[in-house]
Design a protein. Structure first.
Length: 251
């Protein structure tokens, strides 16, 4: 199976589904949060900036959509207890989790490996790779309680086309692809849980601007324009797609 590109979600596509999105106040994360809410989901807004999450919460409520929840979690500094409390709170509030999207990420330095700042390397690998692994692990019990659960890792074109000077970001995304593939295989007998990754492609976001400062951002699509692939995978229509790396903007 493949994702139709472009994909326009029908009203109620994610009705009654509970979906947690990390990096919810960022470019892609914010667009996904709004897209999921508009499709009927109860969205758990997860991120490190409480004030920005509250503004997004208010925006969703003002649109008359399902009331979201806020989960403040700084992936760079969170301890085991922070992850456990989030998992316990979610299980207590909803009883299950139907979707998990790992949208939080750091770019890090665009420098040669020889000159790469080691503390930055460690921070990027932790936020982009280790934290998604931990969060997925602690949330698996809630995902198992869903009749149709979908885990989506946000990938990047650098995993398919190696490039110089992408440092820890590229390494973390390649590692995340290994996690995605391994987890899908380990859960293959649990047909109600599927695991995929999506490369959103170039978008008009602050991270893209930092990576390509000379690029004309007006020529790039807004993050909202590439959310269709994610919503498809999070919906019942995505059943049957498992263990795949997919491009949101087509191949």
């Amino acid at each position: 199976m493949s994702i139709p590109v472009p994909f326009t979600p029908a009203p109620g596509l994610l009705k009654d589904r509970v979906i947690l999105i990390t990096g919810a106040s960022g470019g892609l994360g914010r667009a996904l949060s709004l897209g999921c809410a508009r499709a009927g989901a109860s969205v758990v807004l997860c991120g490190r900036n409480g004030a920005r999450l509250e503004r997004l919460y208010d925006e969703i409520v003002q649109l008359g959509l399902a009331q979201p929840a806020i989960a403040v979690l700084d992936l760079a500094s969170a301890h085991a207890g922070d992850y456990d409390r989030l998992a316990e709170s979610l299980a207590s509030e909803y009883g299950r989790l139907d979707g998990l999207v790992h949208a939080a990420a750091l770019l890090g330095d665009r420098t040669p490996l020889e000159q790469y700042h080691v503390p930055t390397w460690c921070r990027v690998l932790h936020v982009n790779l280790t934290a998604p692994f931990i969060l997925t692990q602690v949330l698996l019990p809630s995902l198992r309680k869903s009749a149709d659960a979908s885990i989506v890792f946000v990938s990047s074109g650098v995993v398919q086309r190696p490039r110089p000077f992408w440092g820890a970001y590229a390494v973390s995304k390649c590692g995340l692809e290994a996690v995605r593939a391994m987890l899908a295989l380990e859960l293959e007998r649990e047909s109600h849980i599927r695991v995929n990754s999506v490369n959103p492609g170039p978008m008009r976001t602050p991270m893209r601007a930092a990576a390509y400062p000379a690029e004309d951002a007006q020529k790039l699509p807004e993050p909202a324009a590439v959310t269709g692939a994610f919503l498809y995978l999070l919906s019942a229509q995505g059943r049957g797609i498992d263990g795949q790396y997919l491009d949101a903007q087509g191949s």
